[in-house]
Design a binder for this molecule. Structure first.
Ligand code: 3PG
Length: 309
C-alpha cells in the first residue's frame, strides 16, 4: 500500500479531490490518500510526509527539510506548471522524481491575465475613462501554454499580438504570430505586456530597467507568472518616470508598501494568487497529478519529470 499525501495550503476544489479518489479506487495497486489542506504550520507537513511514498503539492514549499523528513518519498508532483517551489537538487540527491503537470491550468491563468489587462485598461472600473482591448497591441513575454491561451483569447478581442520567445519561435511562426527580434522591441511596441516566463535561470529579474525603459507611457504590464522575474526596484523606477504605466499582478511584490505610497490607482494585486484557482484547473491539474503518480508506480513512467539529469 502506497501513501499519497496531498499537501496544499491553497486546496484543490472538492470536485477535484472527488475525482482523484475515484481514480485511485480504480487503480491496479492499493493507495492510501491523505489530505493535508489549509495547513499553516510547516511542522504539520514535515510530520505528514514521514511515511508518504508520493506527494502532491501546489505552490507549497518542498525544500531540503521536507525531503529529509520523508525517507520513503519516491515522487513529488507539483499540480501546476511552475516548480520553483521545489528544491530539485535536494530531490535529486535523495533520488526523488519531481514532476509538474504542464498545461493543465493554463487556460485559467490565461483568462486571469486577460481579465487583469482589461481591468487595468478600464481604470479598474472606477468610472474614469479607460481604453479598449480591440486594436491595441498585446506583447507576450514568453510563449508557453499560458501565453498560447492568452493569444487565442486576445485575437477574439481584435487585438494585435506579438511575442518575444527564444525557445518557441517555430510554434509562434506556425500560427502566424509575429516574433520580435528582442525583448526590448516587445516592450517598446506593446500597449499591454503579459509576462509568461518561469522563475528559472535567465528569466530571474529579466524584466529590468534595460527592458522596462522602452515601455510606452500608458502601457499596462500584466504579471501572472512570478514576482522573481521582475526587478522590483526597476519597476518602481519606471513607474516613477512614466506616470501612465500600470502594473496588474497575480503576485504581490515584496515592495507592496511602495506601491501603496506612490502609485495609487495604477496597480492591482490579487489578495491571494488566483490564476489557477478555478474548478476546471483544479480538476485538470489534480487529476493529472494523481494519474502521473499511478503511472509512475505501476509502469515506471517519468514523462513529466523535471529533475532529469
Ligand atoms: C502554476 O505555476 O501552475 C500557477 O502559478 C498556479 O499555481 P498555484 O497552484 O499555486 O495556484
Amino acid at each position: 500500500m502506497k501513501k499519497i499525501l496531498i499537501a496544499t495550503t491553497k486546496p484543490f476544489a472538492p470536485e477535484a479531490i472527488k475525482k482523484i479518489k475515484k481514480i485511485l479506487s480504480k487503480a491496479n495497486s492499493e493507495y492510501n490518500l491523505e489530505l493535508l489542506e489549509n495547513y499553516t504550520d510547516r511542522q504539520n507537513l514535515l510530520k505528514a510526509v514521514a511515511d508518504a511514498n508520493a506527494l502532491i503539492v501546489r505552490s507549497d514549499k518542498v525544500d531540503a527539510d521536507v525531503f529529509e523528513a520523508a525517507p520513503k518519498l519516491q515522487v513529488v508532483v507539483r499540480g501546476g506548471a511552475g516548480y520553483d517551489n521545489v528544491d530539485l537538487d535536494s530531490a535529486t540527491k535523495k533520488g526523488v522524481v519531481v514532476m509538474n503537470t504542464p498545461g493543465q491550468n493554463s487556460n485559467a491563468v490565461a483568462e486571469l491575465a486577460i481579465g487583469l489587462a482589461l481591468f487595468g485598461l478600464r481604470e479598474k472600473f472606477s468610472g474614469k475613462s479607460g481604453g479598449e482591448m480591440r486594436g491595441r497591441t498585446l506583447g507576450l513575454h514568453g510563449f508557453g501554454y499560458v501565453a498560447r491561451n492568452v493569444f487565442r483569447i486576445a485575437r477574439a478581442f481584435g487585438m494585435k499580438v506579438i511575442v518575444y520567445t527564444r525557445y518557441s519561435k517555430g510554434a509562434a511562426a506556425a500560427i502566424g504570430l509575429k516574433v520580435t527580434n528582442s525583448l526590448e522591441q516587445l516592450y517598446e511596441k506593446s500597449d499591454i505586456v503579459s509576462i509568461h516566463v518561469p522563475a528559472r535561470g535567465e528569466h530571474i529579474k529579466s524584466v529590468s530597467y534595460d527592458v522596462l525603459k522602452y515601455l510606452k507611457d500608458g502601457a499596462v504590464v500584466v504579471n501572472t507568472a512570478r514576482k522573481e522575474v521582475i526587478n522590483e526596484p526597476d519597476l518602481v523606477r519606471i513607474m516613477e518616470e512614466k506616470p501612465g504605466i500600470k502594473y496588474m499582478s497575480d503576485i504581490t511584490p515584496d515592495c507592496e508598501d511602495v506601491f501603496q505610497e506612490k502609485f495609487e490607482g495604477r496597480y492591482f494585486f490579487t489578495p491571494k494568487k488566483a490564476g489557477a484557482q478555478t474548478i476546471e484547473a483544479n480538476i485538470n491539474a489534480g487529476v493529472a497529478a494523481v494519474q502521473q503518480i499511478v503511472a509512475f508506480f505501476e509502469n515506471g513512467d517519468t514523462t513529466y519529470q523535471v529533475n532529469k539529469k
